[in-house]
Design a protein around this ligand. Structure first.
Ligand SMILES: *[C@@H]1O[C@H](CO)[C@@H](O)[C@H](O)[C@H]1NC(C)=O
Ligand SMILES: *[C@@H]1O[C@H](CO)[C@@H](O)[C@H](O)[C@H]1NC(C)=O
Ligand SMILES: *[C@@H]1O[C@H](CO)[C@@H](O)[C@H](O)[C@H]1NC(C)=O
Length: 398
């Protein structure tokens, strides 16, 4: 018995030492010149398209729609994605560590990182060439908190005892009565954006660390987009990355039926922003930098580009989508096109492909309409953990 314990202890010890050493000796990526993607990319006279991208995918900010754009761009140009393993995020809400990347090889450089994670700059940086372009997207915390509350409440036990027909309103009227920062998944209820960036989310808005965190993001990210102005955001991204309009085409993915979005009174919005004070400061800061960029780009030029993008999207809609718009998941005939549904009532809409799509558009239409989970599966991620949660959903706990 004693020997068994001793050998067990020794084994654990050896394993720990090995594991710790392995962790500290992981080489960062060393860029090699890769030619295949450069062949498909057209540099125009003034700039060369950027292909090394870190998209910090925040929660509930239209980031799935943007991710679909990135997945298509990466596939088209044969770029290398750093993908998660077994699930659609990098072990969120754990902090990101590069060994979480599927088939991670020390020393290898990736082109694109775009899955949900809790941001950890030094680890992300070691995956990408030094010239990688870091960008992200933020949303007004009033709308974000409404969306997050209803999407995730089944995963946040402390919300289950909130009474009333409008639980969010009840919660925001007196958060201290219901909120326990130590509760399971409590971060979904307060300053979720701050949390996503790896910061402490239970800070007061006037805490000096809030300002420091904002400055950190400002330095680390070359571009911060605003989801409340999604098309303008894409145009700024196109400009920064030297991309084409073709690269930006999108359909809104992972959106709820408007009837299941709880309307918020102006007072409730104010409360939500106060409660998420750190996120509200973060948002206001980058709202200001965003509009300064638009100003710089040229207001009328921007308007013209947004019009063009909308026209092109509408064109694609007519080409690809049966019935011309989004439908409830139950009305989607092709299982591969059904979006992931959270536990509970929030109904995420999806699309039916037209049956008479011209050959030249078939693949593009299909990819544009493929929800994130299926797209990742198509890229070779085995999402067994996520699917296990899907089974929980089928049991319909709520
Ligand atoms: C990349 O392609 C160019 C021409 O397209 C070629 O001259 C060069 O040797 C290639 N570099 C590598 C590392 O393969
Ligand atoms: C965002 O910036 C614009 C332009 O400066 C301004 O009109 C708007 O009120 C700002 N929004 C917020 C929430 O600060
Ligand atoms: C949204 O929900 C309403 C009410 O349940 C329904 O009548 C409507 O068709 C839905 N909209 C879409 C786009 O599915």
């Amino acid at each position: 018995m004693f020997f068994m314990m001793l050998s067990c202890f020794l084994l654990c010890f050896i394993f720990c030492v090995y594991f710790c050493l392995f962790r500290v000796t992981l080489a960062p990526c060393a860029p090699k010149v890769r030619n295949n993607s450069q062949r498909t990319l057209k540099a125009d006279a003034t700039c060369t398209p950027k292909v090394n991208l870190m998209f910090m995918k925040t929660h509930k900010t239209a980031s799935s729609t943007l991710m679909n754009v990135l997945l298509r761009f990466g596939e088209k140009h044969q770029l290398r994605f750093a993908l998660p393993d077994g699930r659609n995020d990098f072990f969120y809400p754990s902090s990101f560590f590069r060994t979480q990347v599927k088939s991670y090889q020390p020393g290898l450089c990736y082109n694109i990182v775009c899955n949900h994670m809790r941001f950890n700059a030094p680890e992300v940086e070691k995956l990408l060439p030094a010239d990688a372009f870091f960008f992200t997207i933020l949303r007004d915390p009033a709308q974000l908190s409404e969306s997050s509350f209803h999407y995730y409440k089944a995963y946040v036990p402390q919300t289950w005892r909130i009474p009333g027909g409008n639980q969010l309103e009840e919660f925001l009227n007196d958060p201290s009565r219901y909120f326990n920062p130590q509760g399971i998944n409590a971060f979904y209820l307060k300053n979720l954006q701050f949390f996503d960036f790896g910061f402490e989310n239970n800070l007061e808005a006037d805490d000096v660390r809030v300002q420091e965190s904002i400055e950190f993001i400002e330095k680390r990210f070359q571009l911060v987009l605003i989801s409340d102005h999604f098309e303008e955001s894409l145009i700024l991204l196109k400009d920064a990355l030297c991309w084409q309009m073709d690269d930006l085409l999108f359909f809104k993915l992972n959106a709820r039926n408007v009837t299941s979005v709880s309307p918020m009174s102006p007072e409730l919005r104010t409360r939500a922003r106060e409660w998420n004070g750190a996120d509200w400061r973060l948002y206001r800061h980058f709202n200001a930098t965003f509009w300064a960029l638009v100003e710089n780009y040229g207001r009328s030029r921007m308007e013209e580009q947004v019009r063009e993008l909308r026209r092109r999207n509408a064109e694609m809609e007519a080409i690809c989508i049966d019935g011309g718009g989004a439908v409830e998941a139950g009305d989607i005939t092709d299982g591969h096109m059904k979006p992931w549904q959270p536990i509970g009532k929030a109904s995420i809409l999806g699309y039916n492909l037209r049956s008479d799509i011209e050959r030249q558009y078939e693949e593009l239409c299909r990819k544009m309409l493929t929800p994130e989970i299926q797209y990742l599966t198509d890229l070779g991620v085995n999402l067994w953990v996520t699917r296990l949660w899907g089974c929980v959903h089928l049991l319909d706990l709520h």
